[in-house]
Each structure stands twice: as C-alpha cells, then as structure tokens.
Design a binder for this molecule. Sequence first.
Ligand code: NAP
Length: 277
Amino acid sequence: MAADTKARVKELTEALKNTYHITPGLAVVIVGDDPASRVYVNNKKKACEAVGFVSEEYALPAETTQEELLALVETLNSKPDINGILVQLPLPKHLDDKAVIAAINPQKDVDAFHAVNVGKIMLGEYDFLPCTPAGVMEMLHSYQIPVEGRECVVIGRSNIVGKPMGMLLLHENGTVTICHSRTKNLAEVCRRADILVAAVGIPKFVKADMVKEGAVVIDVGMDRDENGKLCGDVDFENVKDKCSFITPVPGGVGPMTIATLMKNTLKACKLQNNIAD
Ligand code: NAP
C-alpha cells in the first residue's frame, strides 16, 4: 500500500513538473544524533528521492540553541522552493518543541502538529492530517474495514499519535475510547475493541488476553525488544491468530506514515501554488 501511494505521488509530481515546472520540496531538520531519529530522517530522504521531490536536510549539532533553531525555521518558512518543513522529534531536552512547532508556517506544517492544523482537524476541516493516524485510516479504508458504529480503543494519548488517531476514528463514526497510563482495567477496556490501536511505546505491551476474538489490531509502536530488535507494542506472535487483521512491525504503520508525508508535501506544494488538488 505504501509503495502504491508513493507511486501515485510520483506520477502526480511528474505531472506537476511537466505542467507547472514546479518541484515539491521538503526540508527535514534533525538536531543531535539520536540513532532512531537518524534512521527516520534517512527513510524520509529516500522517499523524497523516490517520488521526485527536492529534499533538504539540516543536521544541527545537539548543542544548537532555541534561537538558532527558530532562525532556521524562519528561513525555511520564507523559502519558496520549500513546501514542507519537518522538525524531527524528539528534540534535545533544552529545546522547546512546542515553540518550534508553533514557529512553522501552518501551510508548510506537513506533520500537522501546529495548533492551527490541530484545530482544523478537530473541526473536521483540514488541509493535512498527521501522517501516522492518516496512514492508519488509509489502511482501514483500503482493506474495507468499517469504522462506523464499532468500538475503537486507542492506547496512548500523545499529540502526534493517540489523540489525532482517536479524532479520525470519531470522524468516521467509531465509538472511541482513548486509554493512557492512568486508565483502570486496561485489559478489560481493550477486550471491548473491534478496532484496537496501540501507540504506547512499550515493546509487546498488548498481550493476547487484551484482544477480542476477530478484532482488528493496529500496531503503531516502534520499539526494541530485549535483543535490540525492532518490534511493536503488540505481542504479534501470540495475538496474530486471535484477530482478523493485524499490522506487523516492521512493515506496517511505519511505511504508511512516510507515504502519507509524501502526500502531504505534494498537497502543501499545490496549496502554496494555488493549484487545485
Ligand atoms: P508517547 O508520547 O510516549 O505516548 C505514549 C502513550 O502511551 C502516553 O499517552 C502514555 O500515557 C501511554 N502509556 C504509557 N504506558 C502506558 C501503560 N502502562 N498503560 C496505558 N497507557 C500507557 O509516544 P508516541 O509518540 O505516541 O509513540 C507511541 C509509539 O509509537 C512509540 O513506540 C513510537 O516510537 C511509535 N511511533 C511510530 C510511528 C510510526 O511511524 N510507526 C510514528 C510515531 C510514533 P500517559 O499520557 O498517561 O503518559
């Protein structure tokens, strides 16, 4: 699915270049040397190349100041050849990620983390959707998994995954419960789910006894197991035979997130150039 989405973006990008002589551009800013962030940034760069975008990487040292980072965001805001700006999170602790996100021009906020875009999503009138939850919704649509009227349980309430995930399921008329670290009787709540989304950040957190027979299980987690191997928030081996659909890690939500980022950047480019979608 991710490959199909990127192929479609590539096709539309070529059309844009041929008709309007415009090439979408994405700037990715990374501060410090977090190895996981480095992998994500490399994957995003590769995806940009594959679909024919211009990609600019700004790798800043860990000791970068807030002022320096904000100045870079301002520069990128005013660069006409850059349509999307992505600041890779998490930032080093001395930097204020909220202020950095607030400084990004909402029209270039292809992660949809800016308060303007978050508010638009809440109202259901958005330009961009955050890449991870949007990728999940696209998977549900593609596999014709209905949401309307079904019990949807999201574990995790972060601003980048859990909360927008809950909102998108609600927009499609799911009955949504968002769980977090203070939720009581978590296993019992999860067992109600027809659609269970795990965005916790704890390896193999969701066990088979938390999953209803026949449920759809979406694993957003990108964790490391006891051997340092990439795994998800779901105990895949023990859950997979109990559910009707399950997304693997690696290879599930992650690639869809990047494909959605490409779609958002193309859309940003069209919006900024007043080209109909
Ligand atoms: P986060 O900001 O750390 O949020 C984790 C959430 O899980 C919090 O809401 C927390 O509750 C909740 N939680 C923690 N322990 C819990 C427990 N014992 N019981 C119930 N809830 C618990 O993480 P995130 O940024 O949302 O990311 C979640 C996972 O998704 C991570 O593995 C991350 O690497 C992955 N991720 C993947 C992609 C992708 O493209 N595939 C994209 C983004 C993130 P509180 O709010 O109460 O603390």
